[in-house]
Structures are given as structure tokens and as C-alpha cells.
Design a protein around this ligand. Structure first.
Ligand SMILES: [Zn+2]
Length: 263
């Protein structure tokens, strides 16, 4: 008889399982994630040179789903023709989303005008291919909101949201999802915790952003998708909801947004 109790059914809507930090033990990381109830992982790309490794990994594991894009923190790696190559690769590989794209006004030396050019180029491709976008917005939520408003009909997620309640409301009024991960597990994240308690459930996605942004139980360590259960537990408590129901609803949200078929 199975005495383990019901397992959560989760989707990690944002993790970088293609990163070199997982090269030594990726299969073990995936096994732990599956045992924890993570049914699917959305793995966003960062720069053109990484697209083929990502495609190979996703072809080898049916629970890994690629997003293709040009990450703002990798600006130095991008060239203008990468947007055309991205268009080609979207046609040939049919990723579940475009990303990771967006704006980072926190890190020094990332030219905002260049970032905007790549971001808008990817929003254009998202409309052309009718795909959702995975958006990185650090100290740049207002700028992301105005860029999205310039392009009608964009759908997607602002991952690892760290803005104000007013900004969150503008995003969900635009129909965008909000990705919440490890930072919510820290007691000091009071503003984020209050926001998460009030978010419309239909627009909430869970994510780890592994190997980055470990939660409080794994501070300083490499993050991994199995730790999504901690994030689910904290958010369920903040919202006074059953973790199993929260997992099921956020899994439905992710499946619908990214067109995932889960088995
Ligand atoms: Zn990321």
C-alpha cells in the first residue's frame, strides 16, 4: 500500500537546466524533481550559442520544454542578426515560448537602448508566431509595461517578479502572468509576501530559476527544481490554500500558457 500520501503536481515555469552547473549530475537533478512531483520544466534560453545544447536536452527529456530567446544580461553575446536566426529557429523548432527576454537596469554596463532593441524584436516575433514571452524585468518593470503596451496582444510571464503591488496590477490587467520563486521563502520579503497573498490565482506561476535564487532552506547552495515544493508550501500558507490545490491550479496556468501536454 502506498503510504507516501498525495504528491504535488507542479510545473517549474522557469529553470536553467541547460547551465553548466548541472552538467555533472543533471540526471540526478531531474530524478529528484520528478520524485518531488515536478511534471514539466520550462527552460528559457539566454543567448544564441546556447540554443543547440538546449534543444538537444529538451529532445532527450520529454519533461523539458525549451523557450528560445536573447537574455538582456547576455547583451554582449548578441548580434543584430541573432533576431533573424531566432525567427528561423522558432520556425524549425517550435519552442513553447520566446525568452528569456526583457530589460535589466540593475546591472551596470548593459546599454538600455540596445536591450530595448532586442526586447522589442522578440515581442515582435512573439506576435508573429503567436507565442508567449518569458520576461526578465529587473529595476525595469515600468519600462517592460510600456514596451508590452506598444505591442497589442502580448501574453506571457514576468518571471521572478520583484516590483510593487501597483506594477503587478498593471501586469495582470495586461493579461500577463507573474512568476514567483525562491525570494518569497524569505521572511524579510514582506512586500512580495503580501502581494503573493493577493494575486489572482489564474495569473500565478511557480518557478525556481535554478541554479539561481535558492529559497531560504537552501541559502547559498545551488538551486534545483525539486525545491519547487518549498515555494509551493510557502505560497499556499500565505494564501491559506491547500498546497495540492495550489499546485494543481498553477500547473493548469502553466500548461495553458505554454501549451504543455502533461502525462
Ligand atoms: Zn532566468
Amino acid at each position: 500500500m502506498d503510504t507516501a500520501g498525495p504528491v504535488l503536481q507542479l510545473v517549474d515555469s522557469h529553470c536553467h537546466l541547460d547551465f553548466a552547473q548541472f552538467d555533472p549530475d543533471r540526471d540526478a537533478v531531474l530524478a529528484r524533481a520528478r520524485a518531488a512531483g515536478v511534471l514539466a520544466h520550462v527552460v528559457p534560453a539566454t543567448h544564441r550559442a546556447g540554443w543547440s545544447k538546449l534543444a538537444g536536452l529538451c529532445a532527450a527529456h520529454s519533461d523539458l520544454h525549451p523557450a528560445l530567446g536573447l537574455h538582456p544580461m547576455f547583451l554582449a553575446e548578441h548580434a543584430p542578426e541573432d533576431l533573424e536566426r531566432l525567427d528561423d529557429c522558432i520556425r524549425s523548432q517550435r519552442p513553447v515560448a520566446i525568452g528569456e527576454c526583457g530589460l535589466d537596469l540593475f546591472v551596470d554596463g548593459l546599454d538600455p537602448a540596445m536591450q530595448t532593441r532586442y526586447f522589442e524584436g522578440q515581442l515582435r516575433l512573439a506576435r508573429l508566431h503567436d507565442l508567449p514571452v518569458i520576461i526578465h524585468a529587473r529595476r525595469a518593470v515600468d519600462q517592460v509595461i510600456s514596451a508590452v503596451r506598444r505591442f497589442d496582444g502580448i501574453r506571457g510571464v514576468v518571471h521572478s517578479f520583484s516590483g510593487s503591488p501597483q506594477q503587478a496590477r498593471q501586469l495582470w490587467d495586461l493579461g500577463l502572468h507573474i512568476g514567483i520563486g525562491g525570494p518569497v521563502t524569505y521572511d524579510r520579503a514582506q512586500r512580495l509576501r503580501r502581494l503573493v497573498a493577493e494575486l489572482p490565482i489564474g495569473q500565478l506561476l511557480l518557478e525556481t530559476d535554478a541554479p539561481d535564487q535558492p529559497g531560504s532552506a537552501h541559502r547559498g547552495a545551488r538551486n534545483e527544481p525539486a525545491y519547487l515544493t518549498d515555494i509551493c508550501a510557502v505560497i499556499a500558507e500565505l494564501r491559506s490554500e491547500d498546497p495540492i490545490a495550489l499546485a494543481a491550479q498553477t500547473t493548469r496556468n502553466a500548461s495553458r500558457l505554454f501549451g504543455l501536454t502533461l502525462d
